[in-house]
Design a protein around this ligand. Structure first.
Ligand code: GZL
Ligand code: ZN
Length: 331
């Protein structure tokens, strides 16, 4: 509605302006009236995945393609995301795109967006709200399914029902959908497989530095060089930190040593997987920009986008990787 008004104002201004010389165009730059204004609140830049996700958005929402993108980086703080959303509402953007850092705490600010008549599109992780009407669409991954892929691989890699399988679990940002889904899969599988032993759960917060820190602390507390069979890292950057800590202490990572499992499968993780240091890389697709734009175009033409759209994702092991394939990856 706003756009129609702006365009009408632009036409009126152009007519009035031409009638009385170089009149001020009421709608600002007349092209502005046609741009779809998108307010985007991104979690931060904590991981390679996140950087690729942001690049995917910026590549799609350009002026040449008809958008004005207001991009805000929340530096891993929910309050910064809530502040950004309130600013977008004041600026009367056409759409709000939110990559929510955690699932809870969104009801009131999403209610404010709805009252302002601004559709909200959720990307990547989910929000836990009473009323699904608070968002127009969700585009992301099925994290529980990603975790299931990992524990299915573990069950095959450790077929002996009696020998202990000792697992160090490094979790992602606590309360995020990615962490909740990947954790649930491991915990439920560990409950079923009597011989699986969760040695410890560490909070790696999806970053390499934090994972290195907590893994180092854990390894240094072990009375001797403890036997670890699997390190289940909830993203690649945690895997890089954990591997560094392990190798500094003489552990060998890979099949026959410590099986490192990771999620995201960004290029650097696929390189480690191809070289045998990472035993399993579960893909989590960050290239969601085109899908978000598809939802916006649907709404622009008066349609209703799918409520939930999950991207297709694969798993990678060393035997499935070649240098050409890894080189061909976009992220
Ligand atoms: C998953 C995404 C997670 C990635 C991490 O879709 O939310 O956040 O797995 C990123 O790399 O930090
Ligand atoms: Zn739903």
């Amino acid at each position: 509605m706003k756009k129609i008004l702006l365009t009408a104002l632009a036409v009126l201004a152009a007519v009035v302006g031409s009638a009385c010389g170089a009149g001020q165009d009421l709608a600002g730059d007349s092209a502005e009236g046609e741009l779809v204004v998108v307010g985007m609140s991104q979690v931060g830049a904590e991981s390679d995945w996140r950087v690729a996700n942001s690049e995917s958005m910026k590549a799609v929402f350009t002026e040449e393609r008809g958008y004005r993108l207001l991009f805000e980086d929340a530096r891993q703080k929910q309050e910064n995301q809530i502040t950004a959303i309130r600013r977008f509402i004041q600026q009367q953007v056409d759409y709000i795109v939110l990559m929510p850092i955690s699932e809870t705490g969104w009801d009131s600010v999403l209610q404010e967006a709805r009252e302002a008549g601004i559709p909200v599109i959720l990307v990547d992780r989910m929000v836990d709200v009473e009323d699904e009407g608070l968002y127009a669409a969700h585009i992301g991954s099925d994290f529980r399914r990603e975790g299931q892929s990992a524990v299915d691989w573990m069950a095959e890699a450790y077929p002996d029902q009696w020998a202990p399988v000792r697992v160090v679990h490094i979790q992602g940002t606590l309360g995020s959908t990615a962490q909740l889904g990947r954790t649930a899969a491991l915990e439920e599988a560990a409950a079923v497989h009597e011989n699986w032993e969760l040695l410890i759960q560490l909070d790696g917060d999806f970053t390499q530095a934090k994972a290195y820190e907590v893994m180092t602390e854990y390894l240094d507390r072990l009375p001797a060089r403890g036997e670890i069979d699997v390190v289940y890292c909830e993203n690649d950057n945690e895997a890089f930190g954990a591997i560094q800590a392990l190798e500094e202490r003489g552990y060998t990572c890979g099949r026959g040593g410590v099986d490192v499992i990771t999620f995201d499968a960004t290029r650097n993780a696929l390189l480690d997987c191809m070289n045998g240091r990472i035993s399993l890389a579960v893909e989590c697709n960050p290239l969601l920009g085109p899908l978000v734009e598809e939802a916006i175009r649907t709404m622009e033409s008066g349609g209703t986008p799918e409520k939930h759209r999950y991207v297709e994702e694969r798993v990678f092991t060393q035997d499935r990787l070649t240098p050409d394939f890894v080189e061909s990856r976009k992220y």
